[in-house]
Write a protein that binds this ligand. Structure first.
Ligand SMILES: [Zn+2]
Length: 121
């Protein structure tokens, strides 16, 4: 049984997205982590580009703009994915529950499980 989010909240002043899961764990994602890991095609391409060109360009995505780091709103898509709409209008990133578990800074214990699941796919 994979955990589901039971409560999601975003705090623009702290730049944190908090997700509570039905296995009683809680994850706090800095917005910058989410934006950098944006799973949309456009950002994926940029991430790939960055890896092939330089390893030092960790923050090459223009995060200097405040809007890039603030959320406009959250949308649940069904009960398995979350769409983040950023204040700069970027809204293509749909994060699945698996993505979110993988990104969870507090979710180290989940790592092994998530990895074996994704290798099956
Ligand atoms: Zn994106």
């Amino acid at each position: 049984m994979r955990p589901r989010p039971t409560h999601i909240s975003a705090d623009n002043s702290r730049g944190l997205l908090t997700i509570r899961w039905d296995d009683h764990s809680e994850c706090e994602y800095p917005f910058i982590t989410l934006r950098t890991a944006c799973p949309c095609a456009e950002c994926r391409l940029r991430q790939k580009d960055r890896h092939s060109k330089s390893l030092s360009g960790e923050l090459e995505i223009p995060l200097h703009s405040v809007q890039v780091r603030k959320l406009e709103r959250l949308e649940m898509i069904g009960n398995y994915a979350l769409r983040l709409v950023w204040q700069d209008g970027h809204s293509y990133g749909i994060y699945t529950r698996d993505d979110l578990r993988e990104l969870c800074p507090q979710g180290q214990t989940m790592k092994e499980k998530t990895l074996s699941e994704s290798s099956v796919r």
